[in-house]
Write a protein that binds this ligand. Structure first.
Ligand SMILES: Cc1cc2nc3c(=O)[nH]c(=O)nc-3n(C[C@H](O)[C@H](O)[C@H](O)COP(=O)(O)O)c2cc1C
Length: 197
C-alpha cells in the first residue's frame, strides 16, 4: 500500500481531447485504487497505472475524476456517491479516459474502506467489462447523457428509473445481469467470488 502525503490536485488534463480509440483490459488483470473521503486517489495498483497511462505520481493525490470520460452520464456517479456514503457497495460500468485520450471500459465495484469501524476512504476494484454488456450499456448511457443535456440529472434519473422499471429490475440487479450475461453463470460466480470477494 502507498499513501500520498502531498497536496490534493484536480484533473491535470482539463483540455484533453478524447479519441475514438479503445484499450481493452486483460481478462485476468484487475485495477485497484483507493481514495480518501472526497475521492482523491491515495493508492493505485500497477495495472491501473499501466491502463490509464498516467504515472503513479500523477495519480496519487489527484481527484479520481482525472480519468472521467465525457461520455459518462453524471447520474451514474451520483448514484455511486449516494451509495458509498451510506456505507454500501455499488457496481457500475464505467468508461474511462486515459491520459493519451484513448478510453477503456470496466465493471467497477466501489465500497467503503474502514479503519476500526470508521470509514476512512473508498476502494475500487475493476475488471474488464464483457463486450456484449457494453453494446447495451453504451446505448443506455447515451440516452442518459442526452436527457442530462436537456434536463439535468433530474431528467436522467427519471430516464434511468423508467428504464429499470420497464425491465422490472433494480439498478443492482440490472448491472449484475448485464455482467453475468457476458461471462455465463459460472464465470460470473468466479469473478465475483475471487475478485469482488
Ligand atoms: C474509490 C472510487 C473510485 C472511482 N473511480 C472512478 C473511475 O474509475 N472513473 C471515474 O470517472 N470516476 C471514478 N470515481 C468517481 C469520481 O470520484 C467522480 O465522481 C467522477 O469522476 C465524476 O467526476 P465529477 O463529479 O467531477 O464530474 C471514483 C470514486 C471513488 C470513491
Amino acid at each position: 500500500m502507498e499513501y500520498y502525503a502531498g497536496v490534493k490536485r484536480g484533473p491535470v488534463s482539463l483540455d484533453l481531447q478524447p479519441l475514438d480509440e479503445e484499450v481493452v483490459l486483460n481478462k485476468k488483470d484487475y485495477i485497484v485504487s483507493r481514495t480518501d473521503l472526497k475521492g482523491y486517489i491515495t493508492y493505485a495498483n500497477d495495472y491501473f497505472v499501466e491502463i490509464c497511462a498516467y504515472s503513479k505520481d500523477e495519480l496519487i493525490g489527484a481527484n479520481h475524476n482525472i480519468i472521467r470520460h465525457p461520455d459518462m452520464p453524471r447520474i451514474v456517479f451520483k448514484i455511486l456517491w449516494e451509495r458509498i456514503k451510506k456505507g454500501e457497495k455499488v457496481f457500475a460500468f464505467v468508461k474511462n479516459l486515459r491520459k493519451d485520450g484513448k478510453f477503456y471500459w470496466v465493471l467497477a465495484e466501489v465500497e467503503p474502506a474502514y479503519r476500526h469501524k470508521e470509514v476512512i476512504g473508498y476502494y475500487s476494484f475493476r475488471v474488464r467489462a464483457p463486450r456484449h454488456a457494453l453494446k447495451e450499456i453504451t446505448k443506455v448511457y447515451a440516452k442518459l447523457l442526452e436527457a442530462e443535456k436537456e434536463g439535468g440529472m433530474k431528467a436522467s434519473r427519471k430516464v434511468l428509473d423508467d428504464f429499470l422499471s420497464s425491465k422490472k429490475l433494480t439498478y443492482d440487479e440490472y448491472v449484475q445481469k448485464l455482467f453475468k450475461s457476458g461471462f455465463g453463470f459460472g464465470g460470473f460466480l468466479r469473478s465475483f467470488g475471487n475478485i469482488f470477494r
